[in-house]
Design a binder for this molecule. Structure first.
Ligand code: SF4
Length: 400
């Protein structure tokens, strides 16, 4: 029987095979995930107790090995949102309520723990809330549908379910409302889509519990490794080889770029995983050590006057560049459904009209699919994945 957790569904939408762990699931030691778990622990305890508890932040920060201030900030923001806005919508809330349901037709077991669930009898409505302490990086709709479905099973008399994602960092919320038949239809087509689904390797593999055991991923990486392990071509003579390819076979060069990037991501993940193991071992493992390097970034708001006095305002403004990507991410996180791109465009247009956007030309290597000549292998426009599947009968993927 396939066990499905709602939290795994954003990845399953990209590659359904990520759900089939065959009992071997490797969890990466992700610091952001640990911070989220610590903040959730504090939020759940506060909502349950109806108040904050002395030392709750310190205990959670220690248990999850994360920064006390980060936990305090996230839990504090979520708690304030709960007390000032959310709590009235969730009467008699069930906190961290385990829920599950079996589907014998598909041989699946849907099992999850919702942050907050309530049943509003007057409106025959189940209401759920999911605190997100990270940044918008996945599509969470399938996850919310799964929680909604479990809520409707928990309260068979309910007619609708209203699921809210509360983005703690931006203070915004995203709400979905479904009827019982909406979710029954969705579940049927979603569960069906998971049957015999192909492997879809891509950059999301780094978040997959099968990343180190998946044959499709391994095959994709092996193909890349074989290319770069050819030392006669890719060793010291690499420049000459590249020059030859540029003159004779540009399509192979595009393939090489895709493989190099694919491999780079894998090697980065490998190093991160090794580091996590050393941390778990207490900081030393054989000859490996994790050293703490203290960084002291300047806190601009507090240092502003001193910086201006020393360097002059013009120089300080020049040094204090604000990342357009980070600003866009914040605007997207705060935007309502269907407005993300529009809000970013409108804001950037407004900045442009003020002459507040600088212009720089950089050279960026991309693969343009329309210009790609007929190679033996298909490469995505973003070249995230150009991999083949690793099991019998599986299809070749053009990437995700
Ligand atoms: S490692 Fe990648 S291809 Fe393999 S199951 Fe996971 S997401 Fe799919």
């Amino acid at each position: 029987m396939l066990e499905l957790r709602p939290s795994r569904l954003p990845l399953a939408v990209l590659c359904a095979q990520s759900l089939h762990t065959d009992g071997i699931a490797v969890e990466s030691d992700d610091a952001d995930a640990r911070l989220g778990s610590a903040a959730h622990e504090v939020i759940a305890a506060r909502i349950t107790a109806g108040q904050s508890v002395d030392g709750d932040v310190s205990a959670a920060a220690t248990r999850w090995r994360v920064d006390h201030d980060d936990v305090g900030m996230l839990a504090g923001m979520a708690w304030q949102m709960w007390t000032t806005k959310l709590s009235t919508f969730f009467p008699d809330p069930l906190i961290e309520q385990p829920l599950d349901a079996l589907d014998a037709d598909f041989d699946m077991h849907l099992k999850g723990t919702a942050d907050v669930l309530s049943y509003v009898a007057d409106e025959s409505e189940v209401r759920g809330n999911d605190f997100k302490t990270g940044r918008v990086d996945w599509d969470y709709e399938a996850q919310q549908r799964a929680y909604g479905l479990l809520g409707l099973i928990r309260w068979p008399e309910a007619k609708t379910v209203r699921m809210t994602i509360t983005w703690v960092r931006s203070g915004r919320a995203e709400t979905f409302v479904w009827t019982r038949s909406d979710l029954a239809d969705w579940w049927h087509s979603f569960a069906k889509s998971l049957q015999d689904a192909p492997y879809r390797p891509g950059s999301h593999c780094s978040k997959c519990p099968r990343a180190f055991t998946c044959q499709a991923r391994t095959l994709a990486l092996r193909q890349s490794l074989e290319v770069f392990a050819n030392v006669e071509r890719m060793g010291p003579a690499v420049e000459q080889h590249i020059a030859e390819l540029a003159a004779t076979d540009p399509a192979q060069l595009a393939q090489l770029v895709a493989q190099a990037r694919d491999l780079t991501k894998f090697l980065e993940l490998t190093l991160e995983s090794i580091k996590a193991q050393v941390v778990v071992a207490g900081g030393t493992l054989g000859a490996l050590q994790v050293e703490e390097v203290t960084q002291r970034p300047i806190i601009l708001a507090r240092a502003w006057d001193a910086l201006v006095a020393k360097l002059g305002q013009e120089k300080v403004i020049e040094l204090a560049t604000i990342s357009k990507t980070k600003v866009s991410d914040e605007i997207k996180a705060a935007a309502g459904r269907g407005r993300k791109g529009k809000d970013v465009t409108e804001f950037m247009d407004a900045l442009d009209a003020k002459g507040a956007l600088d212009e720089k030309v950089i050279q960026k290597l991309v693969i343009n699919r329309r210009l790609e000549t007929n190679g033996s292998r298909s490469i995505t426009a973003t070249d995230e994945s150009a991999a083949t599947t690793g099991t019998a009968g599986a299809e070749q993927q053009a990437g995700v």
